[in-house]
Ligand binder design. Structure first.
Ligand SMILES: [Zn+2]
Length: 363
């Protein structure tokens, strides 16, 4: 596959959105179509999804006016309706509410964080393989925000979604994420959306400001956030709708997949993705073997592991699965927080090369 499309966004929040929308209008329309088909496959009609998305927009205006302005700018730039752009930005919340009983269709992933004592260059890293619906590989983009207000940041996101899920900002704050599932997900979907929280992490100037969006208010649905800082900190926050748990690196290495590992949670994702039970552990062992000398080669090797293929760290499409339920590693991401560089593949890392982007300019 080719490298991910990249766009630099500047000006006001609304102007950034317009550039995003104009640049990726076709990919945004494709993304809306993919998600509506996916919702329909799971028995959720389009009208219900649209009504739910419409109820979110005024709330996003209250939670984060800049985010809402950029969202509206994307609608203007792409010619796609505000409701459909909102639908993309709250897809987690819509999915969880829709799938309350079966909880299929939530992103899988294997993530990591590395402290300076574990790496050959003594830099701090976060990264992950992002496993999700196969067609979404065609709508992934890299955005670089250089706005009038707020820190510059780089992020990997989907066309039409303001909040980058994996990224790094000019203050050395970085984020990668995993899907999680617990019993109360979606009971109250109208809480600050996952993608808005991701955005707020990448807007942070200090590490405590980066943790606040994740830990300070109730969530609509479960998710895992690996948040790092260039000065040698990484904390993993497991969040369910009503509580949070914390995981810290061990010997400078931290890994996570799609089940809760701290006490007090009822974890559900492993019912659909039993492979989560070995992916993080295998990556941890691989990284531990090279701890103190971890470099691009050893990290990439860990992310290209095929034990259990296709349900492996480097995930491949299971041809026996229903087309609407096929997933793969759509992007492999390695973020150097010290150098503020983001390296990313488009597609599984075993068969695609990493492209490098730097905050303040493509390298
Ligand atoms: Zn592979």
């Amino acid at each position: 596959m080719d490298e991910l499309p990249h766009v630099s966004l500047s000006g006001t929040a609304h102007e950034c959105g317009v550039i995003h929308g104009e640049t990726f209008a076709n990919e945004i329309r494709q993304n809306v179509s993919v998600y509506l088909d996916r919702f329909a496959h799971h028995g959720v009609d389009e009208q219900t999804v649209r009504e739910q998305a419409a109820r979110f927009l005024p709330r996003i205006d209250e939670w984060n006016p800049d985010y809402a302005q950029e969202l509206r700018g994307i609608a203007v730039g792409s010619g796609v309706s505000e409701v459909e752009i909102t639908l993309l930005n709250v897809r987690y919340e819509v999915l969880y509410a829709a799938y309350a009983d079966e909880n299929t269709g939530v992103d899988g992933c294997t993530s990591f964080g590395l402290l300076p004592e574990a790496t050959a260059d003594t830099h701090t890293y976060v990264g992950q393989n992002w496993d999700w619906a196969e067609p979404i590989a065609d709508t992934l983009i890299v955005t670089e925000h250089c706005r009038e207000q707020g820190p510059d940041h780089l992020a990997v996101t989907e066309a039409g979604i303001v909040g980058g899920k994996m990224g790094v900002n000019e203050h050395g704050v970085g984020l990668v994420v995993n899907g999680l599932v617990s019993p109360n997900d979606g009971d109250d979907p109208f809480r600050k959306p996952f993608h808005v929280r991701c955005w707020e992490v990448l807007e942070a100037e200090r590490f405590d400001n980066a943790l606040e969006p994740v830990v300070a208010s109730p969530h609509a649905c479960s998710s895992n956030f690996v948040i790092g800082h260039a000065d040698g900190e990484v904390i993993d926050v497991e969040a369910s709708p009503d509580r949070t748990g914390y995981v810290y690196p061990r010997n400078g290495v931290l890994t996570h997949a799609n089940h809760f590992i701290t006490d007090g949670f009822e974890s559900r994702m492993e019912r659909q993705l039993p492979d989560t039970l070995y992916r993080a552990r295998r990556l941890q062992r691989t990284l531990d073997q090279h701890s103190g000398d971890l470099d691009a080669e050893s990290i990439e090797s860990g992310l290209s592991d095929h034990f259990g293929r296709p349900s492996s760290i480097c995930r491949h499409v299971n041809e026996d699965a229903h087309p609407q339920e096929r997933t793969q590693t759509n992007a492999s991401i390695i973020i150097d927080l010290t150098d503020q560089t983001l390296r990313v593949t488009c597609g599984p890392p075993c068969e695609n090369t990493y492209s490098t982007y730097r905050v303040g300019g493509v390298t």
